[in-house]
Design a protein around this ligand. Structure first.
Ligand code: SAM
Length: 283
């Protein structure tokens, strides 16, 4: 956006995606304030929510309600206006487009050659990931789990095999139902529940789904929640495990069959297992 002429007091025309706090108003960035102060208007999910933030910042700007279901005509008009105006896009909290409106707007801007930039900031999914202590080299953010039990389990079955930490958004009334579904589908997987992040009663709790379910049944949760599930634990069979599996297999199978069976179960080399099976038989 820097190639457009603009002064210290104005912004180049285009779309500015502005992240806002997820609870703690101190988390707004200096750049976010600068863009909100200099833009020509703010497209937002709920003008009352954004109005409060603007008031807190002492900024007065036109606020336009926008969501991805807004009429195509309205969106086209908004995009067209960005040829000469700087428009900020904010959501009720956090980073726009992350389980929030904006995707269609950004897509249309790109299609129309409108300049788009983002002012990054808070995001509950990322904060949950940082705080949980679960592996973060690979993660899969999957939005909200479905409200219906069958669909919820189907999603957990579908994503349960993915080699990544799973990150979901959750609501307080549904938390124990989701934990029950995780307990049914992925009972041995460690779960982290982050609540009210950046707020006064911020809480991050880890455990197996059954234990967390018991805790939250006894202490019904309030507030906003991020739910994380650890990746599948890679089962690397130790020599002891392998010997045990081979001994068990040898009770009912021939040596070659036992080696093939254990090779399939552990991913180990069949010839090596055959040699080890012969040693075990000779003991
Ligand atoms: N765009 C937002 C972001 O960047 O995090 C998320 C919007 S989504 C509609 C709202 C959900 O985010 C909430 O239902 C909750 O699951 C999660 N969330 C938002 N703020 C949170 C907070 N302070 N603590 C925990 N979860 C939060």
């Amino acid at each position: 956006m820097s190639d457009q002429p603009h002064s210290e007091h104005s912004l180049a025309p285009g779309l500015y995606i502005v992240a806002t706090p997820i609870g703690n108003l101190g988390d707004i960035t200096l750049r976010a304030i600068d863009v909100l102060r200099k833009c020509d208007g703010v497209a937002c999910e709920d003008t009352r929510v954004t109005g409060k933030l603007m008031k807190h910042l002492g900024i007065s700007k036109p606020l336009w309600r926008y969501d991805d279901h807004s009429e195509h005509r309205d969106r086209t008009r908004l995009v067209e206006s960005m040829r000469s105006r700087a428009v900020a896009l904010v959501s009720d909290a956090g980073t726009p487009l992350v389980s929030d409106p904006g995707y269609r707007l950004v897509n249309d801007c790109r299609g129309e050659g409108i300049a788009v930039t983002a002012i990054p900031g808070p995001c509950a999914a990322v904060m949950g990931l940082s705080l949980s202590g679960l592996p973060n080299d690979r993660f899969l953010f999957a939005g909200f789990l479905p409200a219906k039990d069958k669909a919820r389990r189907a999603v957990l079955e579908e994503l349960g095999g993915v080699n990544a930490t799973l990150v979901f958004y959750e609501t307080a009334p549904r938390l124990t139902k989701s934990l029950a579904a995780i307990d049914a589908v992925l009972p041995d997987r460690e779960v982290a529940v982050g609540r009210e992040l950046t707020k006064l009663y911020e809480d991050m709790r880890r455990g197996l789904p059954a234990g967390l379910m018991a805790h939250f049944e006894a202490n019904p949760p309030k507030g906003e929640i991020v739910l994380l599930i650890e990746p599948p634990v890679e089962v690397e069979a130790s020599q002891l495990d392998t010997d045990l599996l081979l001994r068990q297999a040898l009770q009912t199978m021939k040596t070659s069959q036992a080696a093939a069976h254990v090779a399939k179960a552990t991913g180990r080399d069949r010839k090596t297992l055959y040699a080890r099976a012969m040693e075990l038989k000779a003991e």
